[in-house]
Design a protein around this ligand. Structure first.
Ligand code: MD6
Ligand code: FE
Length: 214
């Protein structure tokens, strides 16, 4: 266990189910560059805490890049081409992001999947994401590709019903999770983040979630 923490490259990939896996350290070599893009883009489209349909403020702060951005407010969850906060299109999807997402999807056999949306999430101590399905995408053939940066989080991997008790998997800086095919609609979430200090991201965890929205 100690070794697993010290040698991130030597952690093994984890098969979560059919069409779903954790690719351990897959994004490590581009992690610094990804973070540079996140910082640059967040100056164009700021991190904000969206409201749920029920009126609760989400503990995770978000913005999007790409043609389509996931938004949530009192009228519900959906994809929008214009950032409601700035009134302008979301920042462009950096080629590095697209390339990483495609390479990860390829490994699971989802070749030809081209994401058109990337949700950037920022977690601090206490932030969490309760069990949910990603179901606002028109295209459900394409997988979800999720990149973890910074503080270690506990990923909750459930089943096809909300009541299915989730497995718990640690997600480290540079890990990539892909879920598609028969696992595309699996319930998932992120347990409450514990406070710590990460050499690259400080007190935060960032997550890039790629989807094909349209
Ligand atoms: C994660 N995020 O942060 C996984 N889904 O590791 C998600 O599953 C997610 O952050 C839908 C909307 C926002 C998210
Ligand atoms: Fe999700």
């Amino acid at each position: 266990m100690m070794q697993a923490d010290l040698f991130a490259n030597e952690r093994r990939d984890v098969e979560l189910g059919p069409g779903a896996a954790i690719l351990s350290g897959f994004a490590l070599d581009v992690a610094d560059a990804l973070m540079t893009h996140v910082e640059r883009m967040s100056a164009l489209s700021p991190f904000r805490h969206m409201e749920t349909r029920g009126g609760k403020v989400m503990s995770v702060a978000m913005f999007n890049c790409g043609a389509w951005g996931w938004v949530s407010d009192r009228s519900g969850y959906r994809y929008e081409a214009i950032d409601p906060e700035t009134g302008t299109p979301w920042p462009e999807l950096p080629p590095l992001f697209l390339d990483l997402a495609k390479r990860a999807a390829d490994i699971l056999g989802f070749d030809g999947a081209v994401p058109d949306a990337c949700l950037v999430n920022r977690y601090v101590a206490g932030s969490r994401l309760s069990l949910h399905q990603d179901r606002n995408e028109r295209d459900r053939e394409a997988p979800i590709i999720s990149v973890s940066l910074g503080l270690t989080a506990t990923f909750l991997w459930g089943g096809h019903q909300r009541s299915d008790r989730p497995a718990r998997h640690r997600l480290f800086h540079g890990d990539v999770v892909v879920w598609g095919g028969p696992s595309r609609m699996v319930y998932h979430g992120v347990d409450e983040l514990k406070g710590a200090d990460h050499p690259v991201t400080g007190a935060m965890r960032y997550n890039l979630t790629f989807r094909k929205a349209r």
